[in-house]
Design a protein around this ligand. Structure first.
Ligand code: 13P
Length: 252
């Protein structure tokens, strides 16, 4: 079993003062109960310096929610991998469904972003997931395999260095979580695809995301192919996030 990874995605939430309170509460909780899991928070870019200051030397790593597909230059508003590296980001989420939906990110753009992160020594957390219409049409497996294949095609031998997150779009922010069985079924498909690509897909961490919370985390995390969680709303509440972390069994 892989060591679990619990990663928070704050999305477009937070503020300097609120972040400080939240991080201090989380750090205090982790000091009392050191985590069996690896823990990370993905914050809006302007707060990465704050996370670097407050989390350096702590059990929590930090990361970005996006990364430019370009190296540098005339791309107003974008943040490059080198800039994220300046703030010691360990992770960058790429291909979140909110970026695919609201920013028209294609599978090819997502793959280029994953490659850019890897080039900068940042671990991409590559998100895949089907919409409700796709699930109801029986297309779940085809959709997630297509999304992951596009990334594997581009990052090739670096595939083993990335984290994958299965986030069914219908479960994000809706309070409607995939059942452990539904999630495990898709994770097993993704695991097999990674295994076929790298020969050692069992080492890739595959996270589940979509309304994971303090109440449902343990059952999801007990599934053999669920290596952690990508947590939205519950990562904005210290008590809930700490409970999810505490639900992780220690690695065998
Ligand atoms: P929620 O946990 O709020 O459903 O968000 C999941 C998510 O999108 C994490 O990236």
């Amino acid at each position: 079993m892989n060591t679990k990874l619990i990663a928070g995605n704050w999305k477009m939430n937070g503020g300097l003062e609120a972040n400080q309170r939240l991080l201090q509460e989380m750090l205090a909780g982790l000091a009392v109960s050191p985590p069996a899991a690896q823990v990370a928070l993905c914050a809006p870019a302007p707060y990465l310096a704050q996370l670097q200051t407050l989390l350096s030397g702590s059990p929590m790593a930090w990361g970005a929610q996006d990364i430019s597909a370009h190296e540098q230059g005339a791309y107003t508003g974008e943040v490059s991998g080198a800039m994220l590296r300046d703030f010691a980001c360990r992770y960058a989420i790429v291909g979140h469904s909110e970026r695919r939906q609201y920013h028209q990110e294609t599978d090819e753009v997502v793959a280029a972003k994953a490659q850019r992160a890897l080039n900068c020594g940042i671990t991409p957390i590559v998100c895949v997931g089907e919409t409700l219409a796709e699930r109801e049409a029986g297309e779940t497996v085809a959709v997630v395999k297509r999304q992951l294949a596009a990334v594997i095609h581009v990052v090739a031998h670096c595939t083993s260095e990335m984290v994958v997150a299965y986030e069914p779009v219908w479960a994000i922010g809706t309070g409607r979580t995939a059942t452990p069985e539904q999630a495990q079924e898709v994770h097993a498909v993704l695991r097999a695809q990674l295994q076929a690509a790298t020969g050692h897909g069992k080492h890739n961490r595959i996270l589940y995301g979509g309304s994971m919370n303090a109440a449902n985390a343990a059952d999801l995390l007990a599934q053999p192919d669920i290596d952690g969680g990508l947590i939205g709303g519950a990562s904005l509440k210290a008590a809930d996030f700490l409970k999810i972390i505490a639900s992780c069994p220690a690695a065998a």
